[in-house]
Design a protein around this ligand. Structure first.
Ligand SMILES: [Zn+2]
Length: 84
């Protein structure tokens, strides 16, 4: 099933130098790639810490499927500062 949704997505680099996908304020880790790396699966970056099941599939850096049912608020992102 493909969920058509208006999403705001971009690619960011974590403090550890890993490529992350950020969608609607949530960040996702790259966990799986197939078809020579064209198709990529991303899982919510809190999956291991909190068990969040949200994930995204991309092909050629375009989102083809998104399941963004998080059980937590978005993590802090560098584009917004809570202290400014
Ligand atoms: Zn999540």
């Amino acid at each position: 099933m493909i969920i058509i949704a208006t999403v705001q997505a971009d690619f960011v680099t974590s403090a550890k130098g890993k490529c992350l996908l950020r969608v609607n304020g949530y960040t996702y880790h790259k966990i799986f790639a197939s078809n020579g790396g064209l198709k990529v699966r991303w899982r919510c970056s809190t999956h291991w810490a909190r068990g969040c099941r949200a994930h995204v599939h991309t092909i050629m850096n375009e989102i083809i499927k998104i399941t963004d049912q998080h059980d937590h608020p978005p993590p802090f992102t560098s584009s917004k500062s809570a202290w400014s």
